[in-house]
Design a protein around this ligand. Sequence first.
Ligand SMILES: NC(=O)C1=CN([C@@H]2O[C@H](COP(=O)(O)OP(=O)(O)OC[C@H]3O[C@@H](n4cnc5c(N)ncnc54)[C@H](OP(=O)(O)O)[C@@H]3O)[C@@H](O)[C@H]2O)C=CC1
Ligand SMILES: O=C(O)[C@@H]1CCC=N1
Length: 280
Amino acid sequence: MNNKQHTYAFIGAGNMSGAILGGMVNSGINPDNIIATNRTKEKQQALHQKFGIKTDLDNKSAIEQADVIILGVKPQMMLAMLTDLVEQGIDFSQKLIITVAAGLTINRYTGIIGNVRFIRCMPNTPSLVGLGVSGLFCGTDASKYSAEVIEQDKEITSVMFDAVGKTVWLKQESQIDDIAAVSGSGPAYFFLFMQRMTEKAVELGFDQETADKIVLQTALGSAQMAAQSDDSFEQLRVNVTSPGGSTAEAVKVFNEKELDSIVSSALDAAVLRAKEMSKL
Ligand SMILES: NC(=O)C1=CN([C@@H]2O[C@H](COP(=O)(O)OP(=O)(O)OC[C@H]3O[C@@H](n4cnc5c(N)ncnc54)[C@H](OP(=O)(O)O)[C@@H]3O)[C@@H](O)[C@H]2O)C=CC1
Ligand SMILES: O=C(O)[C@@H]1CCC=N1
């Protein structure tokens, strides 16, 4: 199947949609086949200028032009927006609907736009640079659509999200909440850690530019090294930690302050919030 024949409408062109569509264009997907809508004009214009995609301020017209619809608005706004579109007479029955919204379960959508073809996706913002990871769950009703249609939709989605990073198909919808807590939000955790490391480097006497440079390169180098190594994360960490050396003292503090429990509680809180959002 040639995925470039599809036309994609991104409804809500914010951070996540921008990262995905930018990654798609960067990977060679024709920008003429991508339309983005947004509530305000400025973000659309910026995406048009940066990636050459088409834009439309009208959701209805963008949806009518596309066969793959990516819903990229905040969960809190999603259902009202879809209700409005249904009231405008939009028929979603011939479209593949891919939603990236956290929390909202498929039954919340079908209650408004009908039992159509659905994929839930939990991407992350490094998709912009082709290094995203996306959890994917197919929510299409197998008693209504054939296995062939479902497989085709999964293929369309895989091609799209493989273009911007790695993909993981999930067997249960609830796993979307779990992967959201790990990789959906994950970049924020790494950025937070990098921010705190940089602040400390400045406190130690480095100027901001140097602090940014050494922290960024350390993060980049560590991730690249882990990607190229057969060793576990634990072994790679051990390799840096000379017995009786300075790293061991820092690691001891992380352990004494129960980094494992901090990480576990933080991810539990993210999963819980996703479940709360499903009831919004
Ligand atoms: N950010 C992330 O890392 C991730 C986000 N997600 C999911 O992606 C979705 C979007 O998040 P994110 O990109 O961060 O949020 P943003 O606020 O950056 O993007 C949402 C966009 O939707 C636009 N919008 C709101 N209502 C409408 C409407 N009725 N019609 C058209 N556009 C509209 C907003 O426009 P304006 O600002 O002009 O009002 C905004 O640009 C969420 O559902 C979130 O759960 C999933 C994984 C990771
Ligand atoms: O914070 C959020 O709700 C979304 C889901 C994962 C990343 N951003």
